[in-house]
Design a protein. Structure first.
Lengths: 134, 189
């Protein structure tokens, strides 16, 4: 369809829409009348397939889903908490061993020196960040 | 405060009956869209329910930037679109075949009687069947525009298509339907 044809066709469609809106009598241009028939067909709704109580039913389901969701959240939180406490209880002896071994493997550096080193690293990092921004 | 705003706030405040009112107000639009997209009553009913459950779940994310019907329409369009994708059903036509065809305005039947054709059950049924045979996206767009009387910009907002594309699809769908009608009248003459 070339541009001219397209423009003509668009004009006919617009005329049909206007004629339908203004409820003009038919019988002018047969093409416009055919478009008017098309528009009437398009305005016919598809059959209503939703049950009469659809809104009430969906609302009930939404509330149920929400309540079930919050109950499930509570159950999951409880289970996770139980699992964490259980794990801590059963893994405590093992954890004590691991921490002790870690402590032994650390070199015997005095704590004030470690603290000063950490402070120096943090200071250097802060200075570098400041320079990078500039 | 607009009616939409009032209703949304009531739903979020868990006011009894508020969500039911929201569903009742928008169920027709959702049904039209979803049914015209999937064309399967059972699936459409299920999907309509899914649409409203999603709306209920995410209503707190609605920012009143568009009308509530547009926002709900967007949810419906996305859910029905995903359903078509899952079922591997095409949303668009593989290739627009009417591009090179003779323009419909050049095929004119003589003595077309609008009122008689409108009253003719067979003609109207033929047009309804032709509407059902349109590609899913075109079916949805003509439904939103002609049946639900949404504006082009609102439809563009729902479908996330440019306005020009929406107008183009509407034009093509109407031209195709008239060509179907013309073919029938030609055969009948």
């Amino acid at each position: 369809m070339n541009t001219r044809d397209r423009e003509l066709e668009e004009r006919l469609q617009a005329e049909a829409e206007a004629a339908e809106r203004q409820q003009l009598p038919a019988g002018g241009n047969p093409v416009v009348d055919e478009y008017r028939l098309v528009l009437r067909a398009l305005r016919q709704p598809p059959f209503d397939g939703l049950p009469m109580d659809f809104a009430a039913r969906v609302a009930r389901r939404a509330i149920y889903a929400e309540e079930r969701g919050s109950i499930e959240d509570w159950i999951i939180t409880g289970l996770m908490l139980g699992l964490a406490i259980g794990a801590m209880y059963f893994l405590q002896p093992l954890a004590v061993h691991i921490v002790a071994a870690f402590h032994v493997s650390l070199p015997s550096v005095p704590w004030p020196l470690l603290f000063a080193a950490a402070l120096a690293v943090a200071g250097a990092w802060a200075v570098e960040q400041g320079l990078a921004k500039k | 405060m607009s009616e939409d705003e009032e209703l949304v706030k009531a739903v979020l405040a868990r006011a009894p009956g508020a969500f039911e009112r929201l569903v009742a107000r928008h169920q027709k639009l959702v049904w039209h869209m979803v049914y015209r997209m999937v064309q399967h009553p059972e699936d459409a009913r299920e999907l309509c329910q899914d649409v409203f459950l999603r709306v209920h779940e995410r209503l707190d994310q609605y920012r009143f930037e568009s009308s509530l019907s547009t926002w709900i329409g967007r949810v419906a369009f996305s859910i029905a679109g995903r359903h078509l994708e899952k079922k591997k059903l095409p949303m668009h036509e593989a290739r627009e075949q009417d591009e090179d065809a003779e323009p419909a305005w050049q095929q004119v039947s003589d003595g077309f009687d609008l009122e008689a054709a409108c009253a003719d059950h067979e003609t109207m049924q033929l047009l309804q069947q032709a509407i059902e045979k349109l590609p899913a996206l075109q079916r949805t767009l003509v439904t939103l525009y002609h049946l639900d009387e949404l504006g082009v910009s609102e439809i563009a907002n729902i479908t996330e298509l440019p306005e020009g594309t929406v107008k183009n699809y509407l034009f093509r769908a109407r031209a195709k339907l008239r060509a179907t009608l013309e073919a029938k009248l030609g055969v009948a003459a």
